[in-house]
Write a protein that binds this ligand. Structure first.
Ligand code: G4P
Length: 528
């Protein structure tokens, strides 16, 4: 039987984060192209989603909004490794899924648009990476188009993100006049040649300095001058500070023309750490070669109208997973058959036969499985729960037709379990008029779409005046409840949220009554 430890060593599990339009989808396609997983024309990741959209509720909504809601994983071999690229939705809105997916990654690639630098969503996503101490590589994209100055961009990353950028490649030619890159690790100049529509790998030619000076003229001299400025730092990537999320190896390129994509992908293989033993709830590592265990990081229902099913995605944490094996579902202690194990991308499903640490598996119709649950064989294990993220949008939800209350309640509970939205209840009103809390308002659209289409309970959402949430407790709750502009509502897991009408009001309450418990939630206050 295949030994899980060496298989784990070959895995590279990471996500790409970016502000919408910075080029995440394009870069994903190009990774597939270089990984040999995409032989037809580039653009098929997107095209595939669009082609199949007619068959699914999700896709219907996606198509309407022109965005991608589903997020799963792409797996492809590259060099001696197996790459697991987790897809985080790049749309303007956030959902907790985005955060959770990052919880299943070992590193992230941050894509920046060379003309825009750091944008609000980049910052927000970065906050989550920081929270998890996730190592980050940076790709400054669209260098084929006019943009900002390379040194200014580096400066921006340092000032706004607080990570020290370590340029691994440096562009020859300003943004809009992209000739190639200098690889600072060996001083080589790699010149690129365009291919038609970026459909094949970019031509790369190593050019020696004399010829570069002759053929590239001022662009070359300028790049050399800038590299000399940078060379006060070490040219080698300091792996330790990268893994500690203090420095970010930085690459310049253009996903559209494929320039610089190979250098980035090679560095992903070299730098992204292979899966490490995951800590259990008592902070003890579960060794990679222990019997199988997995951590559920995402549950998604009804991805396909034809199937009407529910998929629980788990990341393998230890051992070898084999389809059909019977695993234990930690919270209930019940056995779970895994006959329907899939690898899912968008609407495409492939049966998966085996998986190793770092891989992601989708279990179809594992109805009791929730986000945060552990699955295991042998020695029981429970992993630390994922935190909830600071909601910034709050709406009261009611059934349009009170005769459908039962369906409404079922739907709300299901959406709560899946983490589509957070459901907050008043201790007296309960399910009569729960408050839906979301990181981004699109979560509400998804929730009401699903309540109507899946549970047959049309909902009416009324926005509230609440803007900020904090975690509080039973002791502080009565004082808070008695205040104007504050309410205390509970989640199904017992957590109490204090909701405030404004940050100003919250600041005042905190200043005047410092004894009240008002804990911050994750990723709160990030720009966006
Ligand atoms: P996202 O997933 O981060 O939202 O971005 P996406 O890859 O969809 O890219 C957004 C737009 O930027 C696309 O153009 C894409 O072609 C373009 N783009 C991505 N990388 C580069 C690059 O390196 N150089 C240039 N010049 N453009 C790039 P679009 O017109 O919105 O879409 P499409 O019609 O090209 O699909």
């Amino acid at each position: 039987m295949t030994d899980p430890a060496p298989e784990a060593e070959r895995r590279r599990t990471f996500a790409i984060i970016s502000h919408p339009d910075a080029g995440k989808t394009t870069l994903t396609e190009k990774f597939l192209l270089y990984g040999g997983a995409l032989t037809s024309e580039a653009g098929s990741v997107k095209a595939r989603g669009e082609r199949r959209s007619a068959t699914s509720d999700w896709m219907e909504l996606e198509q309407k909004r022109g965005i991608s809601i589903t997020s799963t994983v792409l797996q492809f071999p590259y060099r001696d490794c197996v790459v697991n690229l987790l897809d985080t939705p790049g749309h303007r809105d956030f959902s907790e899924d985005t955060y959770r997916v990052l919880g299943a990654a070992d590193a992230a690639v941050m894509v920046l648009d060379a003309a825009k630098g750091i944008e609000p969503q980049t910052l927000k996503l970065f906050e989550v990476c920081r929270e998890r101490n996730l190592p980050l590589l940076s790709f400054i994209n669209k260098w084929d188009r006019p943009g900002l100055d390379a040194l200014d961009l580096i400066d921006m990353v340092e000032k706004q993100i607080g990570l020290t950028p370590h340029p691994v490649t440096w562009p020859v030619g300003i943004a809009g006049d992209f000739r190639g890159v200098i690889d600072r690790r060996n001083g080589e100049f790699v010149r690129f040649t365009r291919t038609a529509h970026g459909a094949t790998e970019a031509g790369e030619e190593v050019v020696d300095p004399d010829r570069a000076a002759e053929e590239e003229g001022d662009a070359w001299l300028e790049a050399v001058g800038e590299v000399e400025l940078l060379d006060t730092d070490s040219t080698e990537v300091d792996v330790e500070s990268f893994l500690a999320a203090e420095t970010t190896p930085t690459f310049f390129g253009s996903a559209l023309t494929n320039f610089g994509v190979r250098k980035l992908l090679d560095s992903v293989i070299e730098l992204v750490p292979p899966p490490r033993p995951r800590l259990d709830i008592n902070d003890l590592p579960r060794p990679l070669d222990a019997p199988f265990s997995g951590f559920v990081f995402k549950v998604q229902a009804n991805m396909d109208k034809a199937h009407r099913d529910r998929i629980a995605f788990f990341r393998v944490c230890s051992g070898r997973f084999e389809r059909g094996m019977v695993v234990t579902h930690q919270p209930t202690g019940k056995p779970l058959a895994t006959k329907y194990a899939h690898q899912v991308f968008g609407q495409d499903r492939e049966t998966i036969e085996e998986a190793f640490p770092g891989d992601v598996v989708g279990l179809v119709n594992a109805n009791e499985v929730k986000v945060g649950d552990a699955l295991y064989v042998g020695e029981p294990v429970e992993f630390a729960r994922m935190p909830s993220f600071a909601p910034e949008h709050f709406s009261v939800v009611r059934p349009r037709d009170i005769g459908r209350f039962k369906q409404f309640r079922k739907g709300i509970n299901q959406l709560d379990e899946e983490g589509v939205v957070q459901v907050l209840r008043d201790r007296d009103l309960g399910d009569q008029a729960p408050v839906l809390a979301a990181v981004g308002p699109m979560q509400f659209e998804v929730a009401s779409h699903r309540l109507a289409n899946e549970f047959g309970a049309e909902a009416v959402l009324t926005s509230t005046s609440y803007r900020v949430a904090r975690i509080t407790d039973e002791e502080s709750a009565p004082t808070l409840r008695a205040m104007k502009g504050v309410d205390v509502l509970g989640k199904s897991d017992g957590t109490q949220y204090a909701l405030f009408e404004s940050q100003y009001w919250l600041d005042r309450v905190e200043a005047e009554q410092p004894d009240l418990r008002l804990d911050r939630l994750i990723a709160e206050g990030a720009a966006g």
